[in-house]
Design a protein around this ligand. Structure first.
Ligand code: ATP
Length: 297
């Protein structure tokens, strides 16, 4: 085998509960992740040295050692004590700096692609553990579906999810820095509990699959901080709430906003209405699978 392509999904957080800053500088989280149908495709081929490229230029994606896909490749070879390298090519379908964990998806895809390219037979536990060292959202990108995230988000436990929904994904022309949103959250909320509570009611609602109940229980602790940093998002939010009072959500640290629909035709109507208002949006189903091989050659 000379080339492997792995597809990895974007994530949203149906609930994002943020706790105190831990001694390691990360925030304790209690989150419910859902993988949604926007994808990056990552292709790997053996090479003399590490390299990363994009199929099409995309602003904000580093093309060197800073790219999280290269860090993932190096972490996997270090785990196996290998002196090998690869050229990594990324086709980006996930918005950059959109709060949908596109970089994390690329890291997860790279781990899986290199494991298969070199037939390393890394155990799932080891892949998840290596993923957790790369970033809080990387283990979930391997898992997909719907899952509870605890620790700093890297401890993932699948959640039974009987729902099948369509998200209208409202994109923003400008990204929002995740560290900046967390820093402002700390200023706004100095007295949060060390461990945020697990959202049991949402977990239960997902088990029943009732979209209305799920819509009522969507929550994101980072929203006030994101609104402060990007006041322009408030107008968009007001517009979205006038169309779907209970199904509007900020994706992760933003600035992407989401509108929940059970019915795909209604979701398409919302996309058409928002597009007519000059907004850039797309549709994504959820939940979808985690990182998976799409091509071996
Ligand atoms: P988060 O996971 O924090 O919610 P995000 O979805 O908002 O992140 P990403 O698109 O993952 O944002 O990018 C976050 C940062 O990671 C950017 O500043 C970008 O420069 C850097 N980065 C490193 N590697 C990648 C990659 N492969 N794709 C996108 N961004 C990358």
């Amino acid at each position: 085998m000379t080339q492997v392509t792995v597809r990895a999904p974007a994530k949203i957080n149906l609930h994002l509960g943020v706790g105190g800053l831990r001694p390691d500088g990360k925030h304790a989280l209690a989150t419910v992740y859902q993988a949604v149908g926007l994808y990056d495709d990552v292709t790997v081929v053996e090479a003399d040295s590490w390299a990363v490229g994009l199929t099409e230029p995309v602003d904000g994606v580093p093309l060197g050692e800073d790219n999280i896909a290269v860090r993932a490749g190096r972490a996997l070879t270090a785990h196996h004590g290998l002196d090998r390298a690869a050229r990594i090519t990324i086709a980006k379908g996930i918005p950059v700096m959109g709060g949908m964990a596109g970089g994390s998806a690329d890291a997860a895809a790279t781990l899986l692609a290199l494991d298969r390219l070199w037939d390393l037979q890394t155990s799932d536990d080891d892949l998840l553990r290596i993923a957790g060292t790369l970033g809080s959202d990387v283990p979930f990108a391997l898992l997909g579906g719907t899952a509870l995230g605890t620790g700093h988000g890297e401890v993932v436990t699948p959640v039974p999810d009987a729902s099948s929904v369509w998200w209208v994904v409202v994109l923003s022309d400008e990204g929002l820095s995740t560290p900046a949103v967390y820093a402002h959250f700390d200023e706004l909320s100095p007295d949060v509990p060390a461990e945020p509570p697990v959202p049991d009611a949402l977990v239960e609602a997902l088990g029943t699959g009732y979209t209305d109940e799920i819509g009522d229980l969507l929550a994101n602790d980072l929203w006030p901080a994101a609104r402060d940093l990007r006041p322009d998002l408030v107008d968009v939010e007001v517009q979205l709430r006038s169309m779907a009072p209970d199904g509007v959500l900020l994706s992760g640290s933003g600035p992407t906003l989401l509108v929940l629909h059970e019915d795909v035709e209604e979701a398409r109507t919302t996309v058409a209405e928002l597009t007519a208002l000059g907004m850039r949006c797309t549709l994504a189903p959820g939940p979808v699978a985690g990182a998976h091989v799409v091509t071996y050659a």
